[in-house]
Design a protein around this ligand. Sequence first.
Ligand SMILES: Cc1ncc(COP(=O)(O)O)c(C=O)c1O
Length: 406
Amino acid sequence: MHNNIKTQFPLLNNNKNLVYLDSAATSQKPYSVINALTEYYNNANANPHRGAYSISIESTRIYEEGREKIKRFLNLPSSHEVIFTKNNTEAINLVAYSYGLNFINEGDEVLIAITEHHSNLIPWQQVAKVKNAKLNYLYLNEDYEITDEEIKNKLTEKTKIVAIGQVSNVLGTVNPVDKVIKRAHELNAKVMIDGAQGLPHLKTDLSKLTPDFYSFSPHKIFAPMGIGVLCADKNLLEEMPPFMFGGDMVEYVYEQETTFDEVPHKFEAGTQHVEGVLGLTKALEFVEYLGYDYIEETDRELTEYAQERLNSLPYIKIIGPKEASKKIAVISFLVDGIHPHDIATILDSKGIAVRAGNHCAQPLLRFLGINSTIRISLSIYNEKADIDKLIDALEYARRLFGYGHE
Ligand SMILES: Cc1ncc(COP(=O)(O)O)c(C=O)c1O
């Protein structure tokens, strides 16, 4: 058990009245992460991979040690490598541009889930358009699940790649990524897993899961913004052309030709985000200090409590499974008679930060027959008292809109 986790987050310490319920958008950062950035600028700031002097060598060490940390954290198979990008979106675009545009051909099929965030949807839509391939979707049944039958029907000999999120950022549901990977590999199709909403909540062992590509969003797991991670099969990366060109990713450059550095460097053009990688290293150490058992238990407790309290209000409609056990730290809902954006504004006036809108998942919302929701998303620094304040503020919003005297 960890006490006073909240006190390890300066923003929450400095804003005692803030109820932060938007961790799926970005998590708050602990002191250990923030202090590491200052420490880096105070003592080690230099361009990595370039200088022969000691602080540049130190900067290179910090950066490359971050790569090794991620490999250990995810139990990455030795066949895979880590590439740093500017965010999760760029990691997915790297795969779409470099793998998609070069290995997917006319008549091939690309399969994605209807739950996808635009970041793991539009890149594949573009690949399908440019290459005259077909974009297919895995849809949900009435219990918001992708069934075995759906996987069996949609994955065919023509499928070249499946791109699917580990956890939905709107519904909080866990997609059956293990089943998708198993079936895809039987059919020689590749799989790209978007771990943005998965890794902050679920212990993830990539040696067991074995996706060809796995990306995540460090700023959602306590790390700074501006850094992204792609883990990918080295054999594929060797065959894939660079996605961006410039300094530090080359071997020899001639007037008309260039040879490229080895994987992973050929995919990391330009000056690297060393302090972002350091912050990520510290963030992963923070997760290890908490332990996934603790994280998963806290998520479960808070999600169950929030779902139960929301369910007790007759004017709330939860979008997604009714059972809290089927979702992880994310709950979408509607308030009868009040638009989600109005709710978000009223909640803000009470110091409560939630997300309202389509959550960058327009096709999912259209599939569900709605155009926006209010979304709360929880993390280990939340407490049941935060949910109580949310419920009080929702009651206040209803009164404000004249529903209090029925
Ligand atoms: C499921 C999912 N995928 C992708 C992204 C995009 O990540 P980023 O904005 O960090 O690039 C998000 C961000 O909200 C997300 O929730």
